[in-house]
Design a protein around this ligand. Structure first.
Ligand SMILES: *Cc1c(COP(=O)(O)O)cnc(C)c1O
Length: 338
């Protein structure tokens, strides 16, 4: 039995999701005529209490569009140094938006209102780039799926508001945070100027992310998406998968998190592992000692058909997802006992 915990993007659509995809009414989305894409965008916007949404192929595209629309060349974006927008989007901030980045060192990828306040540049000083936006990530991928304290987010919002700074959320895995906390999508919609969310991660869709914001912002993002070559046509089958996932897959995340905590315990008991990061959602990070590299560890597991990824020289990542079952969890228990 192959156990693949490299990423929550590897999942295949369920038969029910495929059925929803097959039945989706289609049209040309560049003409605004795909009923399924329109339905997904309306549903997502309503869910978060935001004016409009834009369905895109990837979370990188939704993040990059947000940064492109919010900033002008030479502006600065504040984020944690572990942020996906900074580490894993191919230098897109520089390439697409010509903006500068101020990466801060937070706690497992989470920055504070105080840190934001201390890093806002003086807009009247020509030496300094203009601090235009703050981007938070929730949950934090490189922070081991860590969740932001919503009170801190609200404080960050106050600092941004007082300084005329835009607040963006890379919520690739926001539903993983929502299911573990008291907040609703509406709370997030009220707090952020723009939000990017992935359907292709824990929610189990084959493709897709959506961007949320004001209507004028989404209109601009749609324009840039076209310029980037991202105007897609009969994308409705993918949107129908998204609608199906929003209706049926959010509650399943709780099981992913339960299984992740179990894996955390198994890894803590493994003799090759030095330390396991706190497991809050569906990501497990295990730190290895200096004499064992992540490549050695990944190879060792591979021999028993267990797949995880190297996330640093002595760091490995496991991610639970909709295709990882309780049966696999029990098999994994024996395979991690060494
Ligand atoms: C996966 C991910 C994205 C988007 O990735 P794509 O592969 O481009 O969809 C953005 N932010 C975070 C934190 C992610 O984990």
């Amino acid at each position: 039995m192959k156990i693949d915990l490299r990423s929550d993007t590897l999942t295949l659509p369920t038969p029910q999701m495929q059925e929803a995809m097959n039945k989706a009414p289609l049209g040309d989305d560049v003409y605004g005529e795909d009923p399924s894409v329109n339905a997904l965008e309306e549903k997502a916007a309503k869910m978060f209490g935001m004016e409009a949404a834009l369905f895109c192929p990837t979370g990188t595209m939704t993040n990059q569009l947000a940064i492109k629309v919010h900033t002008r060349p030479g502006d600065e974006v504040i984020c944690d140094k572990l942020s996906h927008i900074y580490l894993y989007e191919g230098g897109g901030i520089a390439m697409n938006a010509f903006s500068s980045v101020r990466p801060l060192e937070g706690d497992l990828g989470r920055i504070t209102a105080k840190m934001v306040e201390e890093n806002i540049n003086n807009a009247n000083d020509v030496h300094q780039p203009i601090t235009r936006m703050v981007s938070l990530e929730n949950t934090v991928n490189k922070g081991g799926g860590s969740i932001y304290d919503f009170n801190e987010i609200k404080k960050i919002k106050e600092v941004c508001h007082a300084n005329g700074i835009i607040l963006h959320l890379d919520g690739a895995r926001l539903f993983n945070a929502l299911i573990e906390t008291d907040q609703t999508p509406l709370d997030y919609g009220k707090t952020f100027d723009s939000i990017s969310i992935c359907l292709s991660k824990g929610l189990g869709c084959p493709v897709g992310s959506f961007l949320l914001g004001k209507k004028t912002f989404i209109d601009q993002a749609r324009r840039y998406r076209k310029a980037m070559g991202g105007g897609w046509r009969q994308a409705g089958a993918l949107a129908a998968a998204g609608i199906y996932a929003l209706d049926n897959h959010i509650t399943l995340l709780k099981d992913d998190h339960r299984r992740a905590k179990e894996i955390g315990k198994m890894l803590a008991a493994n003799s090759w592992v030095e330390k396991v990061y706190p497991v809050s959602t569906n990501i497990i990070l295990a730190q290895l000692p200096q004499n064992i590299t992540s490549t050695d560890f990944v190879e060792k597991l591979k021999q028993n058909e267990v797949y995880c990824v190297s996330f640093g020289k002595h760091l490995v990542r496991f991610v639970t997802h909709i295709d990882f079952t309780d049966e696999q969890l029990e098999v994994l228990r024996t395979r991690l006992a060494f």
